[in-house]
Design a binder for this molecule. Structure first.
Ligand SMILES: [Zn+2]
Length: 101
């Protein structure tokens, strides 16, 4: 039997427990090409090709990583409720253990 665990609190979920699958697609919107000069007939494809040729394999790999990623998380119900309130991690200060002392 497959057991899922929560990616946030690491708790193993019971077989009959609701599991929340969070899919986060990260993309980097492309800047529109320079529209100020419609007569510009530079070969953009050739420029991109030349740029890629100059990159090392490592640089090319990190470039494609920057361009987009699909992240997948399994969450338990409690973690899902927290995640959906603060999907970009801006939780209230008390979550980080600040005390009144
Ligand atoms: Zn959890």
């Amino acid at each position: 039997m497959i057991h899922f665990s929560c990616d946030r609190c690491k708790r193993v979920l019971d077989a009959d427990e609701t599991r929340y699958l969070v899919r986060v697609e990260v993309t980097m919107p492309l800047e529109p090409l320079d529209g100020d000069d419609p007569e510009d007939d530079r070969d953009h494809l050739a420029e991109i090709h030349n740029m890629l040729e100059r990159l090392s394999d490592e640089e090319a790999a990190s470039l494609s990583e920057d361009a987009g990623r699909l992240l997948r998380f399994d969450l338990c119900r409690e973690c899902y409720k927290k995640f959906i309130q603060f999907p970009v991690g801006r939780e209230p200060a008390e979550q980080f253990g600040f005390s009144e002392n």
